[in-house]
Design a protein around this ligand. Sequence first.
Ligand SMILES: NC(=O)c1ccc[n+]([C@@H]2O[C@H](COP(=O)([O-])OP(=O)(O)OC[C@H]3O[C@@H](n4cnc5c(N)ncnc54)[C@H](OP(=O)(O)O)[C@@H]3O)[C@@H](O)[C@H]2O)c1
Ligand SMILES: [Zn+2]
Length: 326
Amino acid sequence: MADNNELIDPRRVVVLKFKAAVIEEYQKPFSVREINAPDKPREGWVRVNVKAVGMCGRDLVVWKGGFPNIKPPIIPGHEVFGELDGEPVSVYPAILDCSTGECRLLILGENLPGGYAEYVDVPEENIVKLPTREYERYAASVCGVATLIHASKIAGIRPGDSALVTGATGGVGIHGLQYLVQLGVKVYAYTRRREHNELLEKLGAIPVNDPLFYKEYGKVDYVFENVGAPVINDSLRSLKQRGTLVLIGNTEGTPVTLNRPAMIVQRELVIKGSMAFTHDEWIEAIRLVGEGRIKPVYKPYKLEDINEAVELVLKSRRVGRIVLLP
Ligand SMILES: NC(=O)c1ccc[n+]([C@@H]2O[C@H](COP(=O)([O-])OP(=O)(O)OC[C@H]3O[C@@H](n4cnc5c(N)ncnc54)[C@H](OP(=O)(O)O)[C@@H]3O)[C@@H](O)[C@H]2O)c1
Ligand SMILES: [Zn+2]
């Protein structure tokens, strides 16, 4: 199976040339350049014409070098929505590779060339049909919703419970919290930027801007932690006795320090990790978005303008997802 480097190897037999945004070096601007690809995908794989791809927070952790085993050059992008033989499709981004005898899970855009490109090759079994052609809306919201579907199950959260969602204006936060609201959870949505409070309220959450919000509202049963290191200690403090923090993201990719381990002991707090989503959860998220039950919040950008989009994310000047249009 090709890794990220193999597809973009200029020595390969070339028939198709297409455009892609490539991480050549961690933390350096993307290069938008032509990629040389073989004439057709390998056996059992198909070639998707990418119409829209979400810029996940996880892609920027890769770009920052937060996963040092994933080395440049890298074409990121696991939130792929486009066409296969003219039909609207998405790609479930976790790919099981058993070609070496031992099975490994490969993530599109990390261990394999991803969707920041006009075309991406994927196993046929990872193709999921889309109910409509609203590629941008799916690219904006499906990953966030699927992530929270999975994290909710890990948490064991139930209607009537309360939860804090950190990084609530991010792509995972703003779409995932809508799923929690639909479950009947009382959602506190944390953002540093008050200007987005009105939107968060419209989406059914209670916006909070102060890490000590629980002094006014009371403590919560669960935290869905999307930010990680910068806020996790405040998040733990907001939990009730025996409350659970589900760690979803660590935007800076830096080590996390527990300031008050004694508090975790005394309150018998639980910390769990939630990794990605299953194939069925991806399909469920597509269904919810397709039925209009999730409001996608996003800004579209041409693939060529990717470096402008990255700046916007790094400076926290956007709300929801950046959706790239190859
Ligand atoms: N576990 C999984 O399955 C999974 C799946 C997808 C993504 N992720 C991870 O989840 C994380 C979030 O992803 P995303 O796509 O939502 O990212 P994103 O769109 O970049 O949003 C991150 C949000 O975090 C907030 N934030 C950033 N730095 C902060 C700081 N220093 N203090 C407080 N808040 C800060 C920002 O909100 P404000 O500026 O409004 O405060 C921002 O909107 C990433 O680490 C990503 O790798 C995990
Ligand atoms: Zn994602």
